[in-house]
Write a protein that binds this ligand. Structure first.
Ligand SMILES: CC(C)(COP(=O)(O)OP(=O)(O)OC[C@H]1O[C@@H](n2cnc3c(N)ncnc32)[C@H](O)[C@@H]1OP(=O)(O)O)[C@@H](O)C(=O)NCCC(=O)NCCS
Length: 149
């Protein structure tokens, strides 16, 4: 399900031969999503995504100060993936990063680094705040490196 006013594009601006957005079965994408792949964005099965989520595997180049950013080549960042069963909060941006399965990304987070399976991450830049502890069978607070505290 992709709700109203979404913008999904897979355009090989950076010269990749193959350029794809894959969306797994049972995934819900909220309103006003902006998902733009120049290489690969994989969204797993049964992901829930709130409104106004931005996902991309690329950035505008900005190195040349004699040229407006709009005229500079698009720069390829890392491929993006979101694991099955994850929950992406309102206004989240995911830029060139992988999110594991059954993760929770808090509202307004900006994810630029990979987040491992069964983690909660919040903030700008997004840092791990909790992980599921399979010994205690509970979500437990962690430091930003994901170590239980
Ligand atoms: C992240 C979220 C799921 C709560 O996670 P949680 O770990 O169960 O929440 P807690 O209340 O235990 O908070 C843990 C810490 O994270 C902080 N935190 C929670 N959500 C946060 C957010 N979105 N951004 C920044 N910090 C956040 C809390 O303030 C708390 O900080 P502290 O340890 O310094 O006190 C929730 O706050 C959230 O953002 N949900 C998304 C809501 C949404 O977008 N819904 C749209 C409908 S699908």
């Amino acid at each position: 399900m992709i709700a109203h006013y979404g913008w999904l594009a897979a355009v090989p601006h950076t010269g990749r031969e193959k350029c794809t957005i894959n969306i797994g079965d049972g995934t819900y994408i909220g309103r006003f999503c902006h998902i733009y792949a120049t290489s690969k964005i994989d969204i797993g099965t049964k992901v829930i995504m709130a409104d106004k989520v931005y996902i991309s595997d690329n950035l505008h180049g900005y190195e040349d100060i004699s040229m407006p950013v709009i005229d500079q080549p698009v720069f390829q960042s890392n491929e993006v993936s979101i694991g099955e069963g994850s929950w992406i909060g309102e206004n989240v941006c995911i830029i060139g990063a992988e999110i594991g399965k059954h993760c929770i990304i808090g509202a307004n987070a900006v994810v630029t680094k990979n987040i491992p399976d069964y983690s909660i991450a919040v903030g700008i830049p997004a840092k791990i705040s909790k992980r599921y502890n399979f010994e205690t069978k509970q979500w437990q607070k962690t430091n930003a490196e994901g170590e239980f505290i």
